[in-house]
Design a protein. Structure first.
Length: 173
């Protein structure tokens, strides 16, 4: 009876370990970060505008970046091997993403339909991650993808929050 009890305890421990891995998230695989720099800014309040003819004040182009309180800004280069993935995750703030080479497929919860981004993609090579949305990014191509990211997050917060796959039967890891 004690041997059966030991087997039962070991099986329960193995099941708990597997469930803990699933619950903790899907970590990145095949991703390297040759460039990863970060700095902290006090509240950001930057505004710029450019006019076609400065004398006419046509407000041809405007930009505004505003944050409340201190903000950590990250600039990263990610190289993702074919088949590599960032795993399911979210961010506490927005990110500007530029796919410099290759193609990345972005999957969002709940539909898990891929949107492709890259220099040759009809969706273009840039996108804005608004933050707080559950997503997974994967290189489904045959060549490495080279991606640059600028992220804005509240000071002291983790830039990335690992999440479990929201629907393992539908969504890829």
């Amino acid at each position: 009876m004690s041997r059966s009890w030991l087997v039962l305890v070991l099986a329960a421990a193995l099941a708990a370990a597997v469930c803990a891995e699933i619950a903790l998230g899907t970590p990145p695989q095949g991703v390297s970060n040759p460039v990863n720099v970060h700095g902290t800014f006090d509240s950001i309040d930057a505004t710029a505008k450019t006019d076609i003819d400065p004398g006419k004040r046509t407000d041809f182009w405007k930009a505004r970046i505003a944050t409340k309180r201190a903000t950590d800004v990250y600039v990263l280069e990610n190289v993702i091997a074919p088949g590599g993935t960032f795993g399911w995750h979210s961010h506490p703030g927005p990110s500007l993403v530029i796919v410099n080479a290759g193609t990345l497929s972005v999957y969002h919860d709940p539909d898990c339909v891929a949107e492709d981004f890259g220099p040759a993609s009809p969706n273009g090579s840039t996108f804005v991650d608004q933050g707080h949305d559950l997503h997974m990014v994967r290189n489904n191509g045959a060549v490495p993808a080279d991606v640059y990211v600028v992220s804005f997050v509240p000071q002291g917060f983790d830039r990335r929050i690992d999440e479990p796959n929201p629907n393992p039967g539908l969504c890829p890891n």
